[in-house]
Design a protein around this ligand. Structure first.
Ligand code: GLP
Length: 263
């Protein structure tokens, strides 16, 4: 697990966008796993800028979103589909048929969740999975106690998650209690995982993710089992890590070896 202590959320977004755009240049038909929430917005802004300045094209890219609320139509202002259209898809050249979401409406949800897995596999797997993290350590909507090998399925949201997201709903709106989400096993199948976390309210989840044991009680701790995962943290999110000096030193060594062209 690579821990990047960044100067700010803006700096983290620069680094993550740079990594995605570098991989996109090498592989124009990149398969991207995408996340929602306030955390990845800076990355999406930079991807849109890259497209609009002619530096990148998403015409051959396929995207798979991590999760979606059950029964919120794409037109609902709190649906993740709505969020993605607004922050990314409407502003780039990705064909509509290349945009994938886990099934969140209609019948046969479990069978269609399995199909979602097959669609990912048929395109050769996720090249990059972008992640945020919930204050309870969830990734996607894999809530505490989610199986570490889980695949795309329907999950019940915890009271903590609903409370964290309650601010987005008007008092007369019903907040969803269920969501379709990629599983932890699905996420671990991505070749590269980039997780961003900002602010004090993520500090405990980040401590448990990086320095705690692998446990389904902190779903993000399963990332310790992945061979290419980088966490991009601002100083508040990193504030409860006990080995910050070591992470900085590791980062310095890696940069030095790269500069010397030895990596
Ligand atoms: C939701 C999403 C997660 C996201 C989390 C954190 O619960 N399902 O994918 O990481 O929110 O959101 P934010 O980035 O707004 O803190």
């Amino acid at each position: 697990m690579r821990v990047r202590l960044t100067q700010s959320a803006e700096h983290a977004a620069d680094l993550v966008a740079h990594e995605i755009l570098t991989q996109l240049r090498a592989k124009p038909n990149l398969v991207l796993g995408l996340a929602t929430g306030s955390t990845p917005i800076g990355v999406y802004t930079r991807l849109v800028d890259a497209y609009q300045s002619g530096a990148a094209s998403f015409a051959k890219v396929h995207t798979f979103n991590l999760d979606e609320y059950l029964d919120l139509p794409a037109s609902h202002h709190q649906s993740y589909r709505f969020f993605m259209q607004r922050h990314l898809f409407d502003a780039i050249d990705i064909p509509a048929a290349h945009i994938h979401f886990p099934p969140s409406e209609g019948q046969n949800l479990l069978r269609r969740c399995q199909q979602y897995e097959t669609e990912i596999e048929d395109l050769g797997g996720l090249d990059i999975q972008l992640l945020g993290i919930g204050s309870n350590g969830h990734i996607g909507f894999n809530e505490p106690t989610s199986s570490l090998r889980s695949r795309t399925r329907i999950k019940t949201l915890t009271p903590k998650t609903r409370q964290d997201n309650a601010r987005f709903y008007a008092s007369d709106e019903t907040q969803p209690t269920l969501a379709a989400t990629m599983g932890i096993g699905t996420i671990l199948g991505a070749r590269t995982i980039l997780l961003q976390a900002f602010g004090q309210k993520k500090a405990e989840a980040i401590r448990a993710t990086v320095e705690g044991p692998v446990s389904s009680y902190c779903p993000a701790s399963a990332l310790q089992l992945h061979e290419d995962v980088t966490l991009f943290l601002d100083s508040e999110a990193a504030s409860r890590l006990s080995m910050q000096d070591y992470y900085l030193q590791t980062q310095m060594h890696e940069e030095q070896l790269r500069r010397e062209d030895r990596m």
